[in-house]
Design a protein around this ligand. Sequence first.
Ligand SMILES: [Fe+2]
Length: 367
Amino acid sequence: MAQTFPKILIVDDEKFYIDLLVELLKEEYKTVIAKDGETALRRAAAEPRPDLILLDILMPGLDGYEVCRQLKADPDLSEIPVIFLTVKSEVADELKGFSMGAVDYISKPMSPPIVRARVATQLALSQARRQLANQNQILEHKVKERTGELERTKDVAIFCMASLAEARDNETGKHLLRTQNYVRTLAQNLAEHPRFTHYLDAYTIDLLFKTAPLHDIGKVGVPDRILLKPGKLDEAEFEIMKRHTEFGRDALLRAEQELGTTDFLQMARELIYTHHEKWDGSGYPLGLKGDEIPVSGRLMAIADVYDALISQRVYKEAFSHDTAVEIIQSTSGSHFDPDVVEAFMVLRDEFKRIATAYADPQTAFNA
Ligand SMILES: [Fe+2]
């Protein structure tokens, strides 16, 4: 394979200096020449790009300063190091050159060893800069990859934990997948609604989606005889069942006290604790009313109820999708936030699609 030499663009309007520089550099570098500013800019942009530019200041047409200014203004060319060649050695001129982004000056008449040394130094520096930038990019990529991995591990761990809680209730993980998707679609739709838009940004919607599977995690604290009772619960049993919101909230609180809180844990705690509240204040555990109920609880409530209605339970047959829709619509303003029900009505086909996509294998979705 042919050895590739660094490419140096030499810009000077005087043939004498061009010949001199080409002669000096040709053994170690590939040289390209330009005799005016316009040509210099064209050659600088041509692929492969030069690795360094030796740029005369005094030229007819575009002078060296202007060429340097244009190079530095172009993001594709701004990284190419520029060394000015000049007979001007006044301090003010040098300052002007450096302020325009030049990395060095070589005064005419030129000393061959100085030209070689400065060219080699600037090339080495520029290569080191590129390597460092590459390394940073690789590191950034690695950090992103690891963060993504951790995020996925967390999501999977949470889902597993929630599935275990659901398994006791003869539920499958599909209930969790369905309800988290209902919650997300509701949240996305309501994100445009004036009552919800300030709250439902993309980050919050993602948190809702990820915390929704935990809504019934507190059921691990409900005894089997109640949780698995094949029939309606009596009043005392229902009182115990209601406490699953509290058990879940307490588990999250303990985790937050031990490990410190996060947006995720706060959202999970809020949603777990309030998903059985009702719009008219007749829900539990606190009997919150209307806007007192956190949005997370209001969205989870409708998702959970729709899914319960269309699912077979130990104590009931599955309702059809249409019946479930009717029931939810008829309880707008009593059980549910009317605006959330309105969104649900718009999205009812989407709910049906989600229910079908994540249907339980043993009880095919009865649409
Ligand atoms: Fe629940």
